[in-house]
Design a protein around this ligand. Sequence first.
Ligand SMILES: Nc1ncnc2c1ncn2[C@@H]1O[C@H](COP(=O)(O)OP(=O)(O)O)[C@@H](O)[C@H]1O
Ligand SMILES: [Mg+2]
Length: 208
Amino acid sequence: MAKFITFEGIDGAGKSTHIGFVADLLRAQGLQVVTTREPGGTALGEALREVLLHQKMHLETEAMLMFAARREHLAQVIEPALARGDWVISDRFTDASFAYQGGGRQLPLAKLEALEQWVHPHLQPDLTLLFDVPLEVARARLDASRTLDKFEQEKAAFFAATRAEYLRRAAQFPERFRIIDATRTIAEVQQELTQIISSLSGKQSGKQ
Ligand SMILES: Nc1ncnc2c1ncn2[C@@H]1O[C@H](COP(=O)(O)OP(=O)(O)O)[C@@H](O)[C@H]1O
Ligand SMILES: [Mg+2]
């Protein structure tokens, strides 16, 4: 059966670095793989991404726009792909809303749970890879690599709260989360990803 894999972690943790690698591991097993990202993944979603990453707005507006983009992403990309039997890998999904808007910005989690229930009451990722790094490591990587967007310019306390909420969710949903120590070298992280993916697809063939 097709699986839905999400990549999570604070900015600079290494999500985007590894997404193509994991997609290629699955393709090497003959699987069809769709890679996508949030916010974004559709034309409307990418337009919302531009607004979300660069404009100031009320915290609840931000949360609702994230879920609006997600609704479109599910309808146009994620659900059709899974229905076809393709695997889907998304660079961020709903855990990011809990971590950033809930943890980082302190929006009550119950409001995010209500949006989650509205937008995808019956779908959760099969596997969530949480790329975990201390804030200083993430910050150093970002400073070395790119111009920072609205979220990436936030202060250390914001990222500390964001990371803490990610880790709290990983503890809450241990059956789908894998915490990756992303302070290691890219090669070391890839070695672990290879093990995780081979055990996942091993489980898959066992079920059939
Ligand atoms: N394990 C690693 N060791 C050193 N640098 C890394 C590692 N993983 C990613 N990077 C670098 O850190 C920067 C941010 O990585 P990126 O994948 O864009 O993070 P994210 O998508 O999680 O924000 C990039 O320049 C990337 O090359
Ligand atoms: Mg990225």
